[in-house]
Design a binder for this molecule. Structure first.
Ligand code: SF4
Ligand code: SF4
Length: 209
């Protein structure tokens, strides 16, 4: 969930149509129209990457939205069992935040896909993921898409690379080391919960064979 008070705006006089901003937008909010960058307000999550990228021409700035907007996905009206199953398949705990910046949960990201998101950009535009640092949530987005049966290919311009390692893929020894170094993060607790969930899912699948 993210509260949006601003969005990106393009200065038509300054835009050269170089497309650099389009290539870095995590939400797919920039489209080139008549050789000029155009912002889709319904998708912009105010991450400001386009502003950083356009530093030579300085053609993009932030403008206040007419009113504050909350960007999030309501997961209360989707099949809760399906939501839980897909979170498990993605290696995520439904209520665990998958992004330290927006605190978006695993179940919100899965709900975004169940409600029509087909690409990483769609998930970002609907949930606000990658509005902050954008480092850790990207992997979670791929895990969610993959669990929901959506295969994502690396884009030709390599603006991201698909990685799907999950916390539960870490070996126990490494988790112990992290717990000792950062006890406040409760990584071991989450790791054990995920492992238990995987054991239960495997047992359930065995009984269905
Ligand atoms: S990076 Fe700047 S100059 Fe290039 S297309 Fe985007 S807004 Fe226009
Ligand atoms: S989502 Fe970020 S990169 Fe895309 S238009 Fe909005 S501020 Fe620019």
């Amino acid at each position: 969930m993210i509260q949006l008070q601003f969005l990106a705006q393009v200065d038509e006089e300054k835009c050269t149509g170089c497309k650099l901003c389009e290539s870095v937008c995590p939400a797919g909010a920039i489209e080139m129209v008549a050789n000029m960058a155009t912002i889709n307000a319904d998708r912009c999550i105010d991450c400001q990457r386009c502003i950083d990228r356009c530093n030579k021409e300085n053609a993009i700035s932030r403008a206040p939205r007419p009113s504050e907007l909350i960007r999030c996905v309501d997961h209360s009206d989707v099949d809760q069992l399906q939501l839980k199953t897909l979170c498990g398949k993605a290696g995520l705990l439904p209520d665990m935040p998958i992004c330290g910046c927006t605190r978006t949960t695993g179940k919100e990201a899965v709900a975004a896909v169940l409600k029509g998101a087909n690409t990483p950009e769609d998930v970002c535009a609907m949930t606000g993921l990658r509005a902050g640092c954008g480092i850790y949530c990207m992997t979670r987005i791929f895990q969610v898409l993959e669990a929901c049966g959506i295969d994502v290919d690396n884009p030709p311009d390599r603006r991201w690379i698909k990685l799907t390692l999950s916390l539960s893929d870490l070996p126990e020894e490494k988790v112990k080391q992290i717990d000792e170094a950062y006890p406040q993060c409760c990584v071991g607790q989450d790791w054990r919960k995920l492992k238990q969930r995987h054991v239960h899912s495997a047992a359930k699948e065995d009984t269905h064979v």
